[in-house]
Design a protein around this ligand. Structure first.
Ligand code: CP
Length: 318
């Protein structure tokens, strides 16, 4: 594997989950793969889980790791070609990327949607420049439109906890005070569809996701109806995708907060969220602290999803 952005990049998904469970059972078995290899993690945005879990996964594989926070301590980067660089950005991405490629064997990129230009976000302008100019394998650590390491970890977690072969999985919008990208719900829908679960997506009108990610999922605007009989409830906020409201907050309706009463509609369902989460906006204290909350196992599985991806990249390094 050279690039990791979408579920299809993993090939056979059942095989990938099997490999993940094997890695989880024996995470130091592949330490030879990363000997004298360096991972460079580039962060344009903040992170707790992605940074720690990906670094841990790389160390499990014997890699050296460098993390660069672009906006703290590095030169501010211009990303647009043709700009007269007389402002506050002394370095251009077009030099910075090949330079970064000189110092490493593999690159992970975190670069969120900027909500300045929908086409730039949905064409993954920053990630694509890393793929084009770094000369290295590149994987997404949450980019403008996807968060595949999170969704892979979520899939592993569901496989570990599912009470039936084909569970009902509900992706529900929940309120948040700030505009958030669609990357997590996009990827979650993509991966749940690929796993062939019974996927229902519920949100207020105006929050429709990109149909390329929604796929064959059922869209239900009544959250209570959607939650009925669910085995897993995946809560997440996202901003509007559809024009002319791209990137806007259209609602902060706290009737969509996941509470004990909402979870009572499910089939003894598990609560999931990628974290960080705003308590009592997205989910009540009671639900996230309940024995049916999977937020910590999901976060723990981030180490495993990252390790499978890095392992496959290392195995294919020329
Ligand atoms: N879930 C997740 O990606 O967490 P961080 O933003 O802290 O990395």
């Amino acid at each position: 594997m050279k690039y990791f952005q979408h579920v299809a990049d993993l090939g056979d998904l059942q095989q990938a989950v099997k490999e993940a469970l094997e890695v989880k059972a024996n995470r130091y078995a592949y330490k030879h793969l990363g000997e004298n290899k360096t991972l460079l993690m580039i962060f344009f945005n903040s992170s707790l889980r992605t940074r720690l879990s990906t670094q841990k996964a790389a160390m499990n594989l014997g890699m050296n790791v460098i993390a660069l926070d672009v906006n703290q301590g590095a030169w501010k980067l211009e990303t647009e070609r043709g700009v007269i660089m007389d402002g506050d950005k002394p370095e251009h991405l077009l030099e910075a990327i090949p330079v970064m490629g000189c110092y490493c064997d593999v690159i992970g990129v975190r670069s969120f949607a900027r909500f300045e230009n929908k086409a730039d976000d949905y064409e993954e302008k920053i990630l694509m420049q890393f793929i084009k100019y770094s000369g290295r394998p590149v994987f997404a650590m949450e980019t403008a439109t996807v968060h595949p390491l999170q969704s892979f970890a979520d899939l592993i977690t569901i496989e570990e906890h599912k009470p039936v072969q084909r569970p009902k999985v509900v992706l529900t919008w929940a309120p948040h005070p700030k505009a958030l990208p669609q990357a997590v719900p996009n990827s979650f829908a993509e991966w749940m569809n690929a796993a062939d679960y019974d996927l229902v997506i519920t949100h207020p009108h105006g929050y429709e996701l990109d149909p390329r990610f929604v796929g064959n999922a059922t869209v239900e605007y009544d959250q209570d109806k959607a939650l009925a009989g669910a085995h897993f409830v995946y809560a997440k906020n996202w901003s509007a995708y559809a024009d002319p409201n791209y990137g806007k907050v259209l609602s902060t309706d706290r009737n969509w907060t996941i509470t004990t009463e909402k979870m009572a509609l499910t089939d003894n369902g598990y609560f999931m969220h990628c974290l960080p989460v705003r308590r009592n906006m997205i989910v009540s204290d009671d639900v996230i602290e309940s024995d049916h909350s999977l937020v910590i196992p999901e976060a723990a599985n981030r180490e495993i999803s990252a390790q499978v991806v890095l392992k496959r990249i290392l195995e294919d390094l020329k």
